[in-house]
Design a protein around this ligand. Sequence first.
Ligand code: HEC
Length: 491
Amino acid sequence: MRFRSAVLALGLAVLSACGSGSTDPAATSAESPESSDPTAATTSTLESATISFGDDVIPVISDNCASCHTGDGPGTTHLDMATAESFDGIAEFIGFKVSEGEMPPWPATNGSEIDFLWDLSLSDDERDTILGWVSEGGLIDVDPSTPIPATEPSFPPVEADLVVAADEPYAGEPGLIDDYRCRILELGTTETEWIRALDVRPDVREVLHHGVFFLADADTIEDARAQAAEDGRPGWQCQTVPRIGRSSAFQITAWAPGTGPMVLPEGAGIRVEPGDYLIAQWHYHYDGEIPADNSAVAVEFWDAAAVETSGGQLDQVWNQVLLGPVEIPCAEWEEGPLCSRTAAVARIQEEFGFESTLIPQFVNAGCGVEPDDFAAFTQGTASSTCDITVDGGEVVSLWPHMHELGTTYRMTLNPDTPDERILLEIDRWDFDWQMGYYPTEPLILADGDVVRVECGWDRSLWPAGLEPRYVVWAEGTQDEMCYSIITTRAS
Ligand code: HEC
């Protein structure tokens, strides 16, 4: 119990997040899609095709892809599906993305024993339709100009009461490829409000990698402004949770392109007192150009009637942070001075300060493990697990987080008991698709329930050309985390 609350405090103080995970889609597209029948393209004709693009495929695309891949959807700059013509000649590429489970982006597997709202995955029939069309040659049997309508939104709509950005745009420094910048976003509320939803309105999409959002108390704003004035450029450098005065701000949610908004269920909200403000931690990733960005956040408050219905008081949501160990030795094919754990920890101290070196120590102690327990992981993969006692409450969402070496993730409620339940399982962690998972049915945690988190990593994902090192818990892109947030509401 003591460990848990300490972990909670520390966890909020260390959430970083993240890396530059830009995977080059062109690289994947070059791989040959094994899913399709190699003979299909030559043998099929319009007559032999049993699956019609117009009648069968367009409805699937409209329901499952078009809202992200048309208009100002997050996937449109990568692939614009506005008309049937967009699909001409790329059937195999589409088939590859679908058969690999990369598109639609929904990393959770069927191993998750609960259903989630806004599940983006395809049904078996929908998948068969797309893959069948691909294997029959991917013919376009309609006029190429036929529009592909977006019939289903991918994410819940947000009706913004407020769209707020920082007071001026920010541009990074030359030489800094991954730039974490905290900005003050003033909400200007004059009475108590309850946040229902939060979404991001990206400004310069090319450089905006992700955002993490915190709610801070009104009486800390002078400290925050002072911090923002320190280096003469708008905002301040912040790789971890912003610490303002004595308090660290409350993390509301995180966002990356395509992950959708945070939307709280009926009767639940995040209380905002007059003068409370948001801090956005923007992660910029620059590939050459360093354009100034001033991305904004859209906030929707519960309307007065909704608050009234709940007796003037909504359920406050809050986060429990679950930390698992990270001890990833170099694989047997890697070598270098930083493959020594001691040297790797010294590097962390140099880069992020002494406090950061306490985190691996603290997490290991809480989970009852030592670095030596991981010494055998020299085959190129590593994993860790931790059982954590949680507080009761109704789960609003589950949010797992690892960096770029991450491959597998699992969260299990009351493991090794007759009531064991896998809450969330991911078998292909994708740094670019970090979603919050909102259970469809009420999921109630009891005080004292145990949640097991399991994380897996793969050393072959270590960036080519970067000196290998023993990886421990820390906030840098190439460091790792086994970090989860369970958001609950009082029930
Ligand atoms: C939630 C939004 C979303 C949904 C739903 C979605 N996509 Fe995507 N898609 C993206 C984004 C963003 C990218 C670019 C980043 C990436 O590849 O992960 C992308 C990339 C792709 C690419 C690679 C394009 C390129 O040239 O790099 C293909 C192909 C694709 N999507 C096909 C589909 C298909 C087919 C569906 C439906 C079955 C679908 N997508 C559903 C957001 C989405």
